[in-house]
Design a protein around this ligand. Structure first.
Ligand SMILES: [Zn+2]
Length: 83
């Protein structure tokens, strides 16, 4: 819950600036988890496309589940998105 504003669920990586969010990918096939380096990915990459194309470094399978964590303090900002 972020200030009652509905959080954009699956838009693009631009909605999850790395200074405020961390994304962990879990391989659908083997369960291997790895933190995603958001800063190295294109901002306009749609989350569903990223999920579908993520490749596991352990088993090489394509497709991952993502866990998105909010790393900044709730007091620091109530704004989600650009601006
Ligand atoms: Zn795997």
């Amino acid at each position: 819950m972020i200030c009652g504003e509905s959080m954009p669920t699956f838009n693009t990586l631009a909605d999850f600036p790395p200074e405020r969010f961390s994304i962990t990918a879990y391989c659908d096939a083997c369960g291997h988890s790895q933190e995603v380096d958001i800063a190295k990915l294109p901002n306009d990459l749609p989350i569903p496309v990223f999920r579908a194309n993520a490749r596991c470094t352990e088993c090489g399978a394509k497709g991952a589940s993502l866990t998105i964590g909010y790393t900044a303090s709730m007091d620091a900002s109530c704004m989600i998105g650009k601006g």
